[in-house]
Design a binder for this molecule. Structure first.
Ligand code: LLP
Length: 423
């Protein structure tokens, strides 16, 4: 196998004269020495470029889905670049407000928002609430009866479109816990209910068909169904969600945000939709912006079976391989252009056999204990879905730009593990 292909690496990546991977002008080997491993290294320019691409295509209706990766630095970055931010829980809302993002640039999602979360959102004055259930109408009405201001709302609908992706992250099909189903008539009932209510201002419709979707055609199909539903309502906003896939492994190719936008805009024109169109990308903004850098701790060559390479992280910093069987690549950032002739399974340090990061990785055959090992395209749903399983400390996050490395999330300490423990 040849060297790691550059299209899986962050935009500003290059290989220095000593063979080291450089991201955002920073030597990843030096970063590992300074901040330790595991370490999430983000290319700040890559993040900003993706935000700008989304804003160029959808203006202020381009909304970053914070679940993909969130810390206050990321929230500020997306806001500075002109994006609104989608939050799906009180916790995500709290981080965005703490980052100083104005509440009117926040959109509140969730299929089971509690009254406490809705109170938090209405009190802050979030820009839009995406209503997902009939219970939520009751909760909002009760809060407005208490004296909170009526929010602007969009209704989340399920358009009956099967996206080609993993079943856990497909959301557009009728059999879904999300939204009001169009085909069963629930979506029409929800519109009637919202229109009758004095406690909210219905401004639009929202749908999200799934995540890690490669086929632009799936989105065009959703727009068609949504157009038939939305146009007669005369509402001013239609948000078509996120979901654009990214390439994780060699041979995969995903549409760019601009290509996705063109498909959406064409489908909107064809369907004669006049509402303003919004998108909510998460993965396509942050996924390829980061690499995770680990240190190899043990190597086991099992004759006739396989080689296991164990690193100092695992399912606690990237649960995606375990959850969805997701594929990743690996390489050695100190020898970033090296051929990768050895096939090995890259595993973590957790106490279960399922703890794998790359099922069939290609690595340079001279990989040795103590080497740094990196997995690219870990900027989305890695840090955000991380855990403290086995009381492993969550890794730090560094943003690199023009040769400056800015630590935006520090490594956890053992005392952090006791922070909520009352004894
Ligand atoms: N909008 C809504 C309403 C969503 O539910 C999601 C993702 C997005 C936008 C952003 O989707 P994206 O552009 O990132 O595909 N943990 C899974 C992905 C779950 C996605 C959940 N919703 C994974 O690691 O693949």
């Amino acid at each position: 196998m040849s060297a790691i292909p550059s299209y899986l690496l962050p935009d500003t990546s290059s290989v220095g004269p000593d063979g080291h991977l450089i991201v955002g002008g920073c030597d990843t080997v030096a970063l590992a020495a300074e901040f330790g491993t595991p370490l999430f290294v983000y290319d700040e320019e890559h993040l900003r470029a993706r935000c700008r691409e989304a804003v160029a295509a959808f203006g202020s209706y381009a909304t970053y889905a914070t679940k993909a990766f969130l810390c206050t630095a990321m929230a500020r970055l997306a806001y500075e670049e002109g994006m609104a931010l989608d939050v799906a829980t009180g916790g995500e809302l709290h981080i965005c407000l703490s980052a100083g993002v104005p509440a009117d640039r926040l959109v509140f999602h969730g299929n089971n928002k509690s009254s406490a979360e809705l109170r938090q959102a209405l009190t802050a004055g979030v820009g839009r609430i995406m209503v997902d259930s009939f219970e939520e109408f009751d909760r909002i009405e009760n809060l407005v009866a208490e004296g909170l201001n009526p929010p602007s709302v969009l209704l989340r609908v399920t358009p009956g479109v099967e996206a080609h992706t993993h079943e856990y992250i497909a959301t557009g099909q009728d059999d879904s816990k999300f939204g009001f189903t169009v085909s069963t008539g629930l979506a029409h009932q929800a519109v009637e209910r919202a229109e009758k209510s004095d406690s909210m201002n219905l401004i639009g419709i929202h749908a999200h068909i799934g995540s890690q979707v490669f086929r632009a055609e799936s989105f065009a199909q959703a727009v068609k169904v949504l157009g038939e539903f939305t146009s007669p309502l005369g509402l001013r906003e239609l948000v078509v969600g996120g979901g654009l896939g990214v390439a994780y492994v060699e041979g995969e190719h995903a549409p760019t945000i601009t290509e996705w936008a063109n498909v959406l805009h064409n489908a909107v024109d064809e369907a004669g939709i006049t509402a303003s169109i919004g998108i909510e990308p998460g993965r396509s903004i942050t996924g390829a912006a980061a690499v995770t850098v680990y240190t190899v701790g043990t190597i086991k060559h099992l004759e006739g079976i396989r080689t296991y390479v164990a690193v100092d992280g695992g399912m606690s910093d990237n649960p995606r391989p375990v959850l969805y069987g997701s594929g990743y690549e690996a390489f050695l950032p100190a020898r970033a252009s090296a051929e990768r002739d050895l096939t090995a399974r890259i595993v973590g340090k957790h106490c279960e056999s399922g703890d794998l990061l790359v099922r069939e990785a290609s690595l340079p055959s001279d990989v040795a204990v103590g080497d740094l090992l990196a997995t690219p395209v870990t900027g989305a749903y890695g840090h955000s879905m991380g855990s403290n399983y086995n009381k492993v400390l969550r890794p730090p996050v560094v943003f690199c730009r023009d040769g400056d490395a800015r630590l935006v999330v520090r490594r956890e300490t053992y005392d952090d593990l006791l922070g909520t423990d009352l004894g």
